[in-house]
Design a protein around this ligand. Structure first.
Ligand code: ADP
Ligand code: GLC
Length: 501
């Protein structure tokens, strides 16, 4: 009998006798369905890359209102599924869609997830986040059971899915389906730990015997994050720099001691970039596409951005861009404190962000005080984020810490030179041009001080004032390639090692 035609890489690999890995990935946000930050970008692109590299991938997230609003072709997979916690039933439905060869599943429970925001309002977190994400972890495992998906590895991401390794180890220890399942817990940001009062534990089917400092207690609170770190088979984070940093007091958020005990199974895998979304040649949000050979089109993008942001159209004046969560992490205060100096250095600034209300107020006040130099948009706006990448001359990321950071890698591709603080993934991806002119692709400073930041900005502005010099730097930056393939291969290596463990 003739074999069936080879239609995809999966079959090719099967024919060659290569084993497929069954991977379940769990995340609280995924592009294009719902996004607040980089985690969504990562889980929006890694699974497709894995699926092209001998993996069967199933991805799980909550079915938020944001995902229901648009037509993503999501349809019902199964009604009347049930999670039982402390003898109480929590019914839910499972929805699904297929995208780029990957099965995405959505846990539908409207009382928890049909809300305006993902985790909380600008005033603070939703008070029932422990129940919401404790339920979510259970519902994902129940869905895997319904689907009879024998996952070789469940890759959980951040605190919202961190209870899964605990449940696999204890609650499901007699389940044949999960008998050989390994868990990988990926930390995208150690500072957000999912800490709740201990009284929540029994409602999540977790006994008080686990409320000890060796287990799930963290200074009097119950910690989701510790469940992920302690009970997973390995922990990874999103750059090798951050993997080292979190073993120190400065970056360990109180978990450095615990992480040190797991240092032999702690890995750093740099995030990749989805260049189908983030490159100036293909970007559907910008007014004029460009590449290194058509840089004059970037000038059009700058003009368009200045007009949209209500700043004078002064093409010669260096335009600094910033897009991000307005949180202490991102070092926004360094920019705010330096604003007069930024203007004196003949730069203008555009900022897009949402987050802490104190930054909303300060930034809005500054844009009113300096309307010809600073323009601020508070809110989440994907199209504008793309326009800022394309239309700015430099992109500022003075982060206090940065597990990976995606915008500096996006900026390189747009020829928008990143100015970053030397920390985590920023340090791993950006080489300082002043110190290393032969290889530099941006500007970098060490101390998280106004002086440190302004020192780097002065060097950058000096290079900017020499147009040919700057053009060469742009061309070099645009040549950097952080596509997912290499990182996805590292994930596969790690999954394979775990399976063999
Ligand atoms: P983090 O995940 O810590 O927020 P990253 O640099 O990894 O930082 O990723 C942030 C992602 O979120 C980028 O894609 C960035 O463009 C996007 N983003 C952040 N804030 C906003 C916003 N206010 N509007 C649109 N996109 C945003
Ligand atoms: C986190 C980190 C950021 C990282 C992103 C995706 O939100 O703050 O540095 O790029 O996750 O991994």
């Amino acid at each position: 009998m003739n074999p069936a035609p080879l239609t995809n890489s999966k079959r090719i690999n099967e024919r060659c006798g290569m084993n497929f890995l069954n991977i379940a990935i769990v995340s609280s946000e995924i592009v294009p369905f719902a996004k607040t930050g980089g985690l969504a970008d990562v889980i929006g692109s890694l699974p497709a890359e894995l699926s092209g590299l001998k993996c069967n991938v199933k991805v799980f997230m909550p079915y938020y209102r944001a995902a229901k609003k648009e037509n993503f072709g999501i349809s019902l997979a199964k009604n009347n599924l049930n999670v039982c916690m402390q003898g109480k039933d929590f019914g839910f439905s499972l929805y699904q869609c297929k995208s780029k060869g990957v099965d995405f599943y959505f846990i539908k429970k409207d009382e928890y997830f049909d809300r305006e925001f993902l985790y909380g309002t600008p005033q603070g977190d939703y008070p029932d986040n422990a129940q919401r994400f404790g339920f979510f972890a259970n519902a994902v495992l129940e869905s895997l059971t319904f689907l009879k998906f024998k996952a070789d590895v469940i890759n959980c991401n951040d605190w919202q899915s961190a209870l899964i390794p605990f449940y696999v180890r204890f609650k499901l220890k007699d389940s044949a389906l999960f008998k050989k399942t390994k868990t990988l817990f990926t930390v995208h940001n150690l500072a957000y730990q999912g800490l709740f009062p201990r009284e929540i534990m029994p409602t999540l089917d977790i006994g008080y015997e686990f409320f000890t400092p060796e287990a799930l207690e963290f200074y009097g609170k119950f910690s989701f994050m510790k469940a992920g770190i302690i009970y997973s088979d390995a922990v990874s984070t999103v750059s090798s720099g951050y993997a080292k940093e979190i073993l120190t007091k400065e970056f360990g958020c109180g978990l450095e001691g615990l992480l040190y005990t797991k240092k032999d199974s702690l890995f750093g895998i740099l995030n990749g970039v989805d260049y189908s979304q983030w490159s100036p040649g293909a970007d559907k949000f910008i007014v004029s596409n460009y590449d290194v050979k058509a840089l004059k089109n970037k000038a059009e993008c700058k003009k368009d951005l200045l007009v949209q942001m209500g700043l004078p159209v002064s093409p010669e004046r260096c335009l600094l861009g910033q897009v991000g969560r307005l949180a202490h992490q991102k070092g926004m205060d360094l920019i705010v404190d330096s604003i007069e100096d930024i203007i004196k250095l003949s730069c203008n600034l555009v900022v897009l962000g949402a987050g802490d209300e104190q930054y909303h107020r300060v930034l809005t006040a500054l844009s009113k005080k300096y309307p010809k130099n600073i323009s601020v948009k508070i809110g989440f706006d994907n199209a504008l984020a793309h326009k800022i990448e394309a239309g700015s001359d430099m992109f500022l990321m003075p982060s206090r810490y940065e597990p990976c950071g995606l915008n500096q890698m996006y900026s390189l591709k747009y020829g928008t030179i990143p100015l970053v603080r030397a920390t985590g993934g920023l340090d791993d991806t950006i080489t300082d041009y002043t110190r290393d002119p032969a290889r530099g692709n941006g500007f970098k400073f060490k101390e998280a001080t106004k002086e440190g930041f302004l020192g780097a900005l002065k060097s950058a502005v000096c290079v900017y004032s020499d147009k040919n010099h700057w053009k060469k730097l742009m061309a070099r930056a645009m040549g950097f390639d952080f596509s997912w393939k290499r990182s996805a291969q590292e994930y596969i290596k790690l999954y394979t090692a775990l399976i063999k463990k």
